[in-house]
Design a protein around this ligand. Sequence first.
Ligand SMILES: Nc1ncnc2c1ncn2[C@@H]1O[C@H](COP(=O)(O)OP(=O)(O)OP(=O)(O)O)[C@@H](O)[C@H]1O
Ligand SMILES: [Mg+2]
Length: 237
Amino acid sequence: MHEDVLKVQGLDVFYGTSQVLFKMSLSVRKGETLALLGRNGAGKSTTMKAMAGVIAARRGEVLLHGKSVLGQPSHRIARAGIGFVPEDRQIFPDLSVEDNLLIAIKPGVNGENDWSLERVYDMLPLLAPLKDRLGGQLSGGEQQMLTVGRALMGNPNVLLLDEPSEGLAPIMVQKIGDLIDTLRKVGTTIVLAEQNLHFCLGLADRAVVIDKGADVFVGTIRELNADEDIKQRYLSV
Ligand SMILES: Nc1ncnc2c1ncn2[C@@H]1O[C@H](COP(=O)(O)OP(=O)(O)OP(=O)(O)O)[C@@H](O)[C@H]1O
Ligand SMILES: [Mg+2]
């Protein structure tokens, strides 16, 4: 049997009076990379934020290793093992790269200590020579790397990456792809929100497609890539 690290069931989310998620459901198995695909405004970030506790859900359930985390504040959810890399990155501009990383150190929920500063620099070699640079002086791609590094410092059980390739130059997109590939090879469980199916093809195991706030497809990334109808209807390909 597969072990679900993270499971979302029947999530309804509202912004004010307007509903944006409708019975959204997904599950992520240990060690897999799940792509969360959908067009602009489909509800990918809202789903990620609801899982991370950044926004509240009105109905539904978010289970981490079978235990409900719904309704807990985001810092508690982070401590429980969900590492969130938001689309707007949110690094500390006045702190050095190294201090941005050090401030995020925490053991995993079961005391895991897999990610040291040294290992994060090994995983993200681009950051090591920048360790004394201020966060605010980094390029977009460097900031993206730093945000991933910061999430890893918290020894998460599952890493949520919200459009990590967005707005980056092709060379940085390639580097982010390589990073995700390396992370999954060392067994990291990942949810990767993306508009770009192509970016996910070599990286993800399974995919959930979301449209107008609801999950409309779930399957392997290969099944999705072979499904011209779903791609035409719900993705910009
Ligand atoms: N703070 C907000 N207040 C009101 N509506 C919002 C807010 N944030 C997002 N929405 C709306 O919720 C819907 C889902 O947005 P969301 O950001 O989750 O989509 P997305 O799939 O992440 O899109 P993108 O690919 O552009 O990042 C959209 O219709 C959006 O306009
Ligand atoms: Mg988004």
